[in-house]
Design a protein around this ligand. Sequence first.
Ligand code: UD1
Length: 334
Amino acid sequence: MTDWTSLHGDSFAGSRAMVTGAGGFIGSHIAEALVKLGARVIALDDLSGGERDNVDVAAASSPGSVEFVEASVLDESVVRRAMGGCRYVFHQAALPSVPRSIEIPRQFHEVNVTGTQALLDLAVESGVERVMFAASSSAYGDSETLPKIETMPALPKSPYAANKLAGEHLMRAYASCFDIDTVSLRYFNIFGPRQNANSVYSGVIAIFAKMLLAGEAPTIYGDGEQSRDFTFVDNAVHANLLAAASTTPIDGEVINVACGVRITVNELVETMARLMDRSDIQPVYRPDRAGDVKHSLADMARASNLLGYTPIVDFATGMDATVAWYRQALGAVG
Ligand code: UD1
């Protein structure tokens, strides 16, 4: 729905960019925008969580401009070959989910931290100009103050949060030691079309969409008064493109990417039920989830100052588009 050309002109025309995790939710949206802007995209994914279909959707406007490479970020020789000539790397590949990271922390470290470092080494070797890293708002943990400002100390509460924080530190260190620029974009609960709804580890909006469409009661962990700065995916894409196109070095800075509005899980379920004509369905309450952060809300000043970022799609508009997409994609379920 976003007109990327009116926002980013020809900044990417003819440039070569790698998107890791391009079969995943956010990666496929970045790849799609880059294709529309005339870039040649190397779409890397090991399909452990991502889907080939997402790469095809991303490539739809210009199929010849996407090269799909099925490999893990840890697969050094394949990634080295694929990265040749790339000016940008959008590093989205990761094992996601706070609760799953508590079950298999070592695997999370391997992919999310070792994988990130391996990618950075190859990016330096390949002469990549800038790496955009998918960092996470989970790094803030439960610090009392809201909104969360990038200068606050990080207090990771889960292996996932610690992994993403380690990735940020690597980004900064590599920008300082090597001839490469990097940036860590701290995503705040990104949602939108193509977010996987088929796992207990999926994001809450995807899970609620699936449950409500199936006529089932969503589960709320805790009292539902926890809140998140839910951010429509096009905002994350926009921040990535602004960062890549920056004419000045970003030097490994950490930058919040969000909308700056806080919504509780109770409000979320109510809104979604209404949009899906299922206000008759009442959620079921269960105990708090381990590793969960209570409140999350971004301060947006640094994103605005360093990137010129302001949100391009607000929560309500994004939610309409998302509900419409799940209705179509999962309609058969309900
Ligand atoms: C966290 C990060 C986010 C990251 C994501 C990766 C924070 C603030 N955010 O998201 O940046 O991208 O991990 O996985 O740490 N919930 C329910 N019922 C459900 C599912 C979830 O009530 O069926 C609740 C959770 O308990 C949580 C909220 O919804 O309070 C959001 O959960 P989820 O979508 O899993 O994301 P976070 O863990 O907040």
